[in-house]
Design a protein around this ligand. Structure first.
Ligand SMILES: [Zn+2]
Length: 477
């Protein structure tokens, strides 16, 4: 969730603010549509192959750490791990390995979207919790193998995490913050723990640590003392704090207090001193340019993007109808002015993202999906494009959505790069994203935990979708 109160403020009020190998025909892993209901029934999304030996060959390797792309590369996977990486001259493809011939394409780490809310729906306000299979599928379909949910109903996201981790439910690796920790007047009550005084933070942290959250999310109603208390309380349980403090938020104090990250790129004035303090304290910034583009309605001016397979293949038509209506209706003067203000903030955020990157702040890609035009899965590809528009190189943008994401969670020894020993979560695409970031969208194969996913089983089908309607509003009136 993005702090609407912040968005609605016209200005920042804070001043600083091998040879015998079996080859998988690509056609079998690229089947695009689901024709028969039987073929669409809930089932494991792995194809017939079980974790074993697998090799991606003839690929340009993009390692996720910003390394120079390796042409004519080979990545060998055994079980759920990458075991060898290098050029064809350096790496021998083991006998019996399943080969994925990526000629003309590239292999990169599976993508991470480190700012999502898995609540369903399309507009960021109404929810469709029961539609969880659909949005988990849309993430995997788009090659997103890791997400960080930074605000949700605690037991719901706990169960999503537990079931995806156990592989009883198809979905990405899920990190979670549980509910927002907000002040006494929460903006999103159903997904919030309220706080009336700083002393309550210990109780919140104790409960959330017991629930197994991976981080705490401090929200817009917290004053500096509360943020400090939250950071202290979290530290006792090894829980870092990610903050969205809204327009009046005291970010310099939060950085000083030791928060892990800002949940959104700064979209207002940002002094060199503030950036220096972030570098000094190791404060990261999640980017979420995509949600600003949504509120600015910039992306909604040309709806051709809705035909992109990553959206069209995974989204219920009724959601797309609602979005088209949202995008084309006549706006009030107030709405038009609001969108214009946000467009200025998008420009500011892009400039800030570039400055933060240049200064060495850890930039981590996130989208804040779902919002109008910000989709679970496709959204991170849009975020990559926006990061490049902001001035990052394609490799820097890719690092933000892979290795940097793992560093944020102190898990870069486990996933987020193409390196021996790391989790075999891989994306094979046509073309070379290092030259053209849009190539990340042109997906050939998604590999999760060393298994080639059958993406045809991730496609939305009205035949096996109950058609649940969204409900209510997560936001306070
Ligand atoms: Zn959010």
């Amino acid at each position: 969730m993005i702090s609407l109160s912040r968005l609605m403020e016209p200005t920042h009020t804070h001043p600083t603010d091998a040879h015998q190998a079996a080859t998988v025909p690509l056609a079998s892993v690229l089947a695009a549509t689901c024709v028969l209901a039987a073929a669409c029934a809930p089932a494991p999304v792995e194809d017939q192959s079980q974790p074993g030996m697998l090799a991606v060959t003839n690929a340009t390797i993009i390692d996720g750490k910003g390394g120079e792309p390796v042409p004519d590369g080979v990545v060998v996977v055994e079980g759920d791990r990458i075991i060898a990486v290098g050029t064809a001259a350096e790496v021998t493809v083991p006998d019996g390995a399943t080969i994925i011939d990526a000629a003309g394409g590239s292999v990169m780490p599976g993508l991470a979207d480190m700012h999502v809310h898995m609540v369903g729906g399309w507009d960021g306000v109404s929810t469709d919790m029961l539609g969880y299979r659909r949005y988990l599928n849309s993430l995997l379909y788009a090659g997103v193998t890791t997400v960080l949910d930074v605000g949700n109903v605690l037991p719901f996201i706990q169960q999503i995490q537990a079931e995806t981790e156990a592989a009883r439910l198809a979905g990405p690796r899920v990190y979670m913050a549980g509910p927002l920790v907000d002040g006494p007047v929460p903006i999103w009550p159903p997904i919030t723990y309220f706080t009336f005084e700083a002393s309550a933070m210990r109780r919140h942290a104790t409960q959330l640590a017991a629930a197994g959250v991976d981080a705490l999310k401090g929200y817009a109603g917290l004053d500096a003392e509360m943020v400090d208390s939250l950071v202290q309380a979290g530290a006792d349980f090894g829980l870092p704090v990610i903050v969205d403090l809204g327009s009046r938020g005291d970010y310099p104090a939060a950085v000083e207090a030791g928060v892990l990250a800002r949940a959104h790129a700064p979209s207002g004035p940002l002094s060199d001193d503030e950036i220096a303090a972030m570098v000094e304290h190791g404060t990261a910034s999640i980017t979420t340019l995509a949600v600003l583009e949504s509120f600015a309605r910039r992306r909604l001016r040309d709806l051709a993007f809705l035909d992109h397979p990553l959206i069209a293949a995974t989204t219920p038509p009724r959601f797309l109808d609602a979005l088209r209506e949202h995008a084309t209706r006549t706006l009030s003067d107030e709405e038009t002015a609001f969108a214009a203000t946000i467009e200025e903030r998008l420009a500011a955020a892009m400039a800030n993202v570039k400055r933060l990157s240049d200064a060495g702040v850890l930039l981590v890609a996130g989208t804040d999906a779902p919002y109008p035009g910000v989709f679970q899965g496709e959204g991170i590809h849009r975020e990559l494009e926006l990061l490049v528009e902001a001035g990052l190189t394609p490799l820097q943008a890719i690092s933000a959505a892979t290795h940097h994401a793992a560093r944020l969670m102190d898990a870069d020894g486990e996933w987020g790069a193409i390196s021996p020993g790391l989790a075999a979560d891989l994306l094979v695409v046509r073309g070379n994203p290092a030259a053209n970031i849009g190539a990340t969208r042109d997906i050939l194969v998604v590999i999760q935990r060393g298994v080639v996913l059958d993406r045809s089983r991730l496609v939305f089908s009205a035949l096996d979708d109950p058609g649940f309607r969204t409900v209510g509003s997560v936001a306070a009136n």
